[in-house]
Design a binder for this molecule. Structure first.
Ligand SMILES: [Mg+2]
Length: 128
């Protein structure tokens, strides 16, 4: 147990399971959402320490879900990291410009993931 709750918003079952299993093994508490709407609601309800947000989701996409999280005072301070497809080079610049706290490229590097997540959790909260 690290005592950290991480909200994973991902509609692809294989990616969801992979990231969940790796992070649970590393001691994190994982909350799961499969749509952007679910993710926003769960962020409001459970105040996770970090959100990992897939961009392509059914219903509202990851960027829209991110904005709803940012614009709500209950969730505006939660760091949100985008999960981007590495082939989509434009995505990286776009998510940083949109204000995401960072991105992780898919396919996820399972060996590196726990340390990457810890690094995002350890950052000083930037002024928003
Ligand atoms: Mg997706």
């Amino acid at each position: 147990m690290t005592g950290h709750r991480i909200l994973l918003v991902e509609d692809n079952e294989r990616n969801l399971k992979l990231v969940r299993d790796v992070l649970q093994y590393a001691g994190y508490d994982i909350l799961e959402a499969r749509t952007g709407e679910q993710g926003v609601e769960l962020a409001q309800r459970s105040s996770p320490h970090l959100v990992l947000m897939d961009l392509q989701l059914p219903g509202i996409d990851g960027e829209q879900a991110f904005r709803l999280i940012r614009d709500d005072s209950r969730t505006s301070g939660i760091p949100v990291v985008a999960l981007t497809a590495s082939a989509m080079k434009d995505d990286r610049a776009r998510v940083l410009q949109a204000g995401f706290d960072g991105y992780l490229e898919k396919p996820i590097n399972v060996r590196a993931l726990p340390a990457q997540v810890l690094a995002f959790l350890s950052r000083e909260e930037p002024n928003r």
